[in-house]
Every structure is written in C-alpha cells, then in structure tokens.
Design a protein around this ligand. Structure first.
Ligand code: X2X
Length: 338
C-alpha cells in the first residue's frame, strides 16, 4: 500500500513537472556568429532573435555574440562548442563547421555552383537534406539556411585575370584545409587565419589578398586596407546554417521548437535577400558601389574563368573522395537540373 502511494505521488509529480518545463528555460541563449549586422549574416541572426522573442513573448530570450567571441575568435571551433553545449545556438558558415563535418566542404568545391540557382538547388534539395541529417546526427539541430555569398578574390598588387596572376601572392584563407589546397594549386601562398586576424594582416601587408563576398568587402571597408583589386570569379559560395545545440533543443517544448524553427526559416529568407542585394544580373548596384571606391573590378570571360576551373580540377577531384563521391554526384545532378 505504501509503495502504491509512493508510485501515485511520483506519477502526479511527473504530470505536474511537464508544464513547469518552460520555467526552466535559461535567462539568455547565446547565438554565435562571425560578423554582426549590417552584414547580411548578422541581419539574419538578429532577425531570428527578434522573431523568437516576439513569438514566445520573451520566453526564449536570445542574444547574438559576433566575432566568434564565444570561442575566443576561433570560428572553426564553433561546432565543437555547440555540440558540447558551451554555445547554445549559432548562425554559421558551412566553411567554419567543415573541419568537423567534412561533407560541408561540398559547398567549397571550386566552381561547382555557377549561380544563385545552384546554391538554392543544393540547400533546398537532397544535398541540403542529407547535410541536415549529418548535422543532426552530431548533436546540433539544423533549422534553416541563410547565406554569406559568392566569395570573390581581392588583393593589393594587381588585377587577377588568370591563375598566373596569383603566383606567389600571399593570400589569407579561412581555416578549412580545402582552401589551402585550392590556393596552392593556383600557385599562391595561402595562410590560414581567422576573420579576427584577417584585417590586421591585410593592414600590415602580412598578406596581399583574401577572398570573401562583396558584402563583407564593402561593409568591412577592405579598400581602406589596400584591397584595390577584385576579381568576380564566383568560385565558391558559403551558405549559413541556423543551428541549436541538442543540449538546448531538447529542453524546449514542441510548440517552442516549432516557433524557433519557423523564425529561422523566415530570418534565413531575409538574410539571403540581403546577401544577394546589388549582386545579381538585374541589380549590380553593389559592384558599382565598390568600383566607385576606386577599386578595379575584373569580370572574367567564360574562357578566362575556365582556366581557373582547369587549374583547380585536381583539387576538386581529390576532395570529392574526402567529401564522399555519392554526395558530390548528388550535388552535381542538382546543379545540372536547376
Ligand atoms: O572568415 C571569413 O572569411 C568569413 C567571415 O567569411 C567566414 O566566417 C567564413
């Protein structure tokens, strides 16, 4: 009888405990990014934070921490911190998580994605689904995509029109080994460093050039640190993933999970629009704005672009093996069908 009473009390306590869950939410959920608003990346993160706050009546209170400051600026360690739960949430470039998730390098295969439709075909198709399954299996809930953008090559020395123009050039690259391989194949001298270290290195001339989307180039005012030459080669683009540590995700009620996911989808759309603004065939205002800063912008002919494709082909093939031939094939088919 005593044992039965105990059981009943325990059952009642369990029932009572369920609605109390929301009260166990943290005072603040930290969202890691590399760059803040007004960069499109930061705009996407802030929009997510605002929508969630509004739709949960402040029950879920998020705050963005840019500069990868939650991992002391070491952006390529973000995913590890997230899966462990020392970071709650992130809006992250596929590049920065690729040291832990080799499949994310698919987006950085040189010249795989020729245009925005190709990015959409990957993120919105079977490749995106597969990538999300992998991220989820590693302890992070993926919610939606946003975009950093097509990464254009810039430098302080001279216009780059052919691979030989890169010969011996010291180039800052992000900390994924694939970038090292690409720039080595092109005859440059790549140096891996974080975003935090990139601008000082450009300022002092420790490196001659770098690659990043034009939104980053213009908002970070890279023309003021000697970057006078930009080549529009669109060799890779980095999508962004909204992710929540499963350590946090599993504490949210189903209703709140749905709100957080839907908010990320909407914030992603806002971020993608911001990332592409002024960089399309219909509207190239941002390119003109960069030219207006006294920067020489080089547009490649198809044949000129093809020379860069040829020079990086061996790297593409080598990395196809690392990423997984099936996934790369799936990506190539999605691009072909777009
Ligand atoms: O470090 C970079 O170049 C940046 C800001 O684009 C990324 O975080 C991938």
């Amino acid at each position: 009888m005593k044992a039965f009473k105990k059981l009943c009390l325990a059952a009642m306590a369990a029932v009572i405990a369920v609605p109390a869950l929301a009260a166990d939410y943290k005072d603040e959920y930290k969202v890691s990014t590399v760059v803040p608003a007004p960069f499109p990346w930061g705009i996407a993160a802030d929009h997510w934070v605002a929508l969630v706050k509004e739709r949960t009546n402040g029950r879920i209170n998020m705050k963005t921490y840019p500069g990868a400051q939650l991992v002391a600026g070491e952006q390529t360690k973000e995913f590890t911190a997230l899966r462990r739960g020392s970071i709650d949430m992130a809006v992250s470039s596929t590049i920065n998580w690729s040291p832990q998730i080799v499949e994310l390098n698919v987006f950085a295969l040189p010249f795989l994605m020729p245009d925005y439709k190709a990015i959409d075909a990957l993120t919105g198709g079977p490749v995106g689904k597969k990538i999300f399954d992998i991220v989820r299996s590693k302890g992070v809930e993926p919610l939606a995509w946003a975009e950093n953008g097509f990464r254009e090559v810039t430098n302080s020395k001279h216009a780059i029109r052919k691979p030989a123009d890169l010969a011996g050039m010291k180039m800052r690259v992000v900390g994924s080994p694939l970038f090292n391989d690409i720039f080595t194949a092109l005859g440059a001298n790549p140096a891996q460093m974080s975003w935090a270290d990139a601008k000082p290195a450009l300022t002092t001339g420790a490196v001659d050039g770098q690659e990043n989307p034009l939104t980053i180039f213009s908002i970070a005012k890279m023309h003021l640190v000697g970057q006078k030459y930009v080549t529009l080669w669109g060799y890779v683009a980095d999508p962004l993933i909204f992710g929540v540590s499963h350590k946090v995700w599993n504490t949210f009620t189903k209703e709140d999970q749905a709100i957080v996911r839907q908010a990320a989808i909407e914030a992603g759309a806002v971020g993608i629009a911001a990332a592409r603004k002024g960089l399309t065939a219909e509207d190239d205002a941002l390119i003109k704005q960069v030219e207006g800063l006294g920067v020489e912008v080089t547009r490649l002919s198809d044949a000129e672009r093809q020379a860069f494709v040829a020079a990086t082909r061996a790297v593409y093939q080598e990395w196809t093996g690392k990423i997984g031939a099936d996934l790369v094939k799936m990506a190539e088919e999605s691009v072909a069908k777009r």
